[in-house]
Each structure stands twice: as C-alpha cells, then as structure tokens.
Design a protein around this ligand. Structure first.
Ligand SMILES: NC(=O)c1ccc[n+]([C@@H]2O[C@H](COP(=O)([O-])OP(=O)(O)OC[C@H]3O[C@@H](n4cnc5c(N)ncnc54)[C@H](OP(=O)(O)O)[C@@H]3O)[C@@H](O)[C@H]2O)c1
Length: 373
C-alpha cells in the first residue's frame, strides 16, 4: 500500500465512529452547506472533512499543499499561503462563495484579519479555531468564556516566543481580528487539548502507549485531579453542527460534560493495555518543583496551574457539543498508534521518553529514601 492510500485509510478510520456517535446522526443534513476550510490536512482538518462529507456538505480546502498532499483527492483545493505577503498569498480565494469558513490554521492576527476581510462579503459565517490558551494566565478555577484574555506585550509580534509564550495572546488577537471583520457572524471556538486517533503531537497518546508496555508506570499527581480534553472527532462533529445551525458566539470546547478525574484516564489506559502495570504515583507538589520535568497533558493541581483542567463548557454543551467516553478515546488512540507505527514511523513522536520517566522515578524514590533515612 502506498503512503497516501494509507493516510487516507488512517484518516477514515480515525473518523469512522463520527456518524454512529449520535451527535449528527447517520442521515444527510437537511440543507447541504458549502464549507471552506483554511487548512484541512493536519489533525483537526481531516476529522472535519470526514464528518462534513458524511453529512453531504460541499468542501473546499485552502492550504500550501505541503502537509499530506495526497489526502482527499476528490475535494476542491485552492493553493496559497495564509500570509498575503508570501508567494501567491490569498489570491486563489479571490472568487467563490461559501456558507461557512472554518479557519483552523490561523496563528497571527494580521493573517486571520486578511482572510476574514477578504471573505466577509462572500461568506455567511466564520468559525475561528482559537484555543483555551487564549485566556490570561494563570487560568482561573472553573473559568468561563468571560474570563480575561491574554494580552500581547507587542501587538505586532509574529513569532511564538520562548516556550510558545506568545501563543495565547496571539490566539486572542486572532479572535478579535475575525470578529472585527465579521461582527455577529463569527463562531470563536476555544478547544483544550485536542486528542484521539491521528494526533501528531504524541501528548495524550503517550499515556495509552506507555501503559500498553506495562511494568511500573510513573504517574503524576493524584487520581482525584480534574482532567479535561476533547476527542478530535467530537470537536469536528460539533463544528459541523455549528455550521448546520448557524451557531455564533464564543465557546470553550473541552470535555466531558460532567467533571472527570485523572484517575479515570489512568484506569482506562490500564484497561486498554495488553500488559499489566503497577502505578508509582508521584505527588503534584514534588513534580511542580522539578523545573525540567513536564508530564504530557496533566498539570499540577496546585498553584498557577490549579485551574488548568477546570474550564466550564456549559455554553458549548447547550449548543449541542457531546463527548464520547474517555475509555473509547483511549482504546481508539492506542489502536490507531499501533497501526500507524508500521507505515508512518515517526510522524507521532511520543511527548515523554523512557529516560525521562526513569529519571523522575529515581528522583522521587531518592527523595523518599532521604526522608526515611
Ligand atoms: N492540537 C491541540 O491540542 C490544539 C488545542 C487547541 C487549539 N488548537 C488549534 O487547532 C487548530 C487545528 O490545527 P490542525 O493542525 O489540527 O489543523 P489542520 O487544518 O488539520 O492542519 C493545518 C493545516 O494548515 C495548513 N497550513 C499551515 N500553514 C499554512 C500557511 N501558511 N498557509 C496556508 N495553509 C497552511 C496545512 O497545510 P500545508 O502545510 O499544506 O499548508 C494544514 O492543512 C489550530 O488552530 C490550533 O491552534 C489545537
């Protein structure tokens, strides 16, 4: 099988349970929409494409043609760059009308503003994929969509900065650029960590894969720590629903609908694994003091990161967002990772190494021994 066939099958598998999940139902949408995706071939984009296609909508993808160019040969593509100053820029979008634009590749306000202004006369709705990082740090406990936003020290900055320090402020500025171009016609979507099959980041994926190996697993924090993520398939399904219903406004997009704790995620990983494991819980207080150790996705439930996994999501839930059980996300992510490893070695690099795990375990055991001695 060649790589592009595999990529296509992999994406189809990743999206396969969308229609059956019940949010949108298996039937075609009553009124098919014309949807333009700015991006579309990374992680969230393909999940949106699959669900939109299954609902009978017509799609156009705009991107540079660099990321997985073999994907979706049957869909209209327009080539260009989000940056109007680079190459042909947005020229290929000079014509055309769409019911909705889903902008899931916007990182700089100048570029989001340019596409939003260009398209405003020819689209009804502009959905901008922002991030939960758009809020001012530290995250409040149980914050909602009215929490204060991050503000850039230099509003013209066009790099992410050290440790991605500008990412949140840039996302907030991008939201404002979209809203200014299409007042009352924007849907601002603020996802937490997007996870599930096809995730290229290796952050959430680390956990099911690590447990599958078995043995003593270093686990940060406590089972009662709150935990929030969103399965890419649930986010994609809601975005398509928001297009179908013309939903506008600002929405945190992360689940589940009832509070979930980290212990449930760990149990789900143990259940999905072929090997058995023992848990070495390392308290959040200890981890927070290790400046060079950062476990993927989990954050210490204390100090400045205490609110990190406690965002409210009622607005999105009321607007139809639904979440599959974390057990399903864990099992599907593990199955996908094992399948893709054979063909696409290295696209998804796990975000924590065996060496890092051994190192933190040793530090914790040494600290305990020192205390006992
Ligand atoms: N992953 C998370 O946990 C997470 C959490 C919160 C929010 N988000 C947000 O979710 C969004 C989804 O990201 P995704 O990567 O999954 O989206 P995607 O649409 O699946 O992939 C990114 C797309 O953007 C295109 N692209 C990149 N640079 C471009 C440029 N300069 N001009 C034109 N097209 C360009 C890529 O194609 P080419 O390379 O071929 O151009 C690709 O098609 C992002 O806005 C991100 O900030 C992600």
């Amino acid at each position: 099988m060649n790589k592009s066939n595999f990529s296509r099958r992999r994406v189809l598998q990743a999206a396969s349970s969308l229609a059956g999940f019940g949010l949108l139902g298996p039937a075609l949408a009553a009124a098919p929409k014309r949807i333009l995706i700015l991006g579309g071939t990374g992680f969230l984009g393909p999940a949106i494409v699959e669900v939109a296609k299954s609902r009978g909508h017509t799609l156009t993808l705009f991107n540079r043609g660099k990321t997985r160019p073999g994907l979706f040969p049957d869909i209209e593509k327009r080539q260009g760059d989000r940056d109007p100053l680079k190459g042909e820029g947005l020229k290929s979008l000079a014509t055309g009308e769409w019911d909705a634009v889903i902008d899931d590749s916007g990182y700089y306000p100048r570029m989001v503003g340019a596409s939003a202004q260009l398209l405003a006369p020819r689209v009804k709705q502009y959905l901008y994929i922002s991030s939960i990082s758009c809020y001012k740090e530290p995250s409040p406990i149980n914050g909602d969509e009215d929490a204060p936003l991050a503000v850039l020290a230099d509003p013209n900055v066009e790099d992410m900065g050290k440790n991605f320090a500008n990412y949140g402020g840039l996302k907030a500025a991008c939201e404002a650029a979209a809203e200014a171009a299409l007042p009352g016609r924007t849907t601002i979507v603020r996802p937490g960590y997007i996870v599930g099959p096809d995730d290229p980041t290796g952050r959430f994926t680390y956990w099911p894969v690590r447990f599958d190996k078995g043995g003593e697993v270093a686990v940060p924090g406590a089972p009662s720590d709150p935990f929030q993520v969103i399965d890419v398939r649930d986010l994609a399904a809601w975005l398509v629903l928001a297009v179908e219903t013309g939903t506008t406004g600002r929405f945190n997009a992360l689940g589940p609908d009832k509070p979930m704790n980290w212990g449930r995620v760990i149990s789900a990983c143990q259940k999905a694994a072929k090997a058995s494991s023992t848990l070495a819980w390392i308290p959040g207080e200890f981890i927070a003091k290790q400046d060079d150790i950062e476990f993927p996705i989990w954050a210490p439930y204390l100090g400045d990161t205490k609110g990190f996994h406690t965002w409210q999501n009622q607005r999105a839930v009321q607007a139809g967002m639904r979440f599959r059980p974390i057990e399903q996300t864990v099992a599907d992510t593990l199955a996908w990772y094992q399948g893709q490893l054979k063909v696409e070695k290295g696209r998804t690099k796990l975000a924590f190494t065996a060496e890092q795990e051994a190192d933190v375990l040793k530090r914790w055991k040494d600290a305990n021994q020192a205390k006992a001695g």
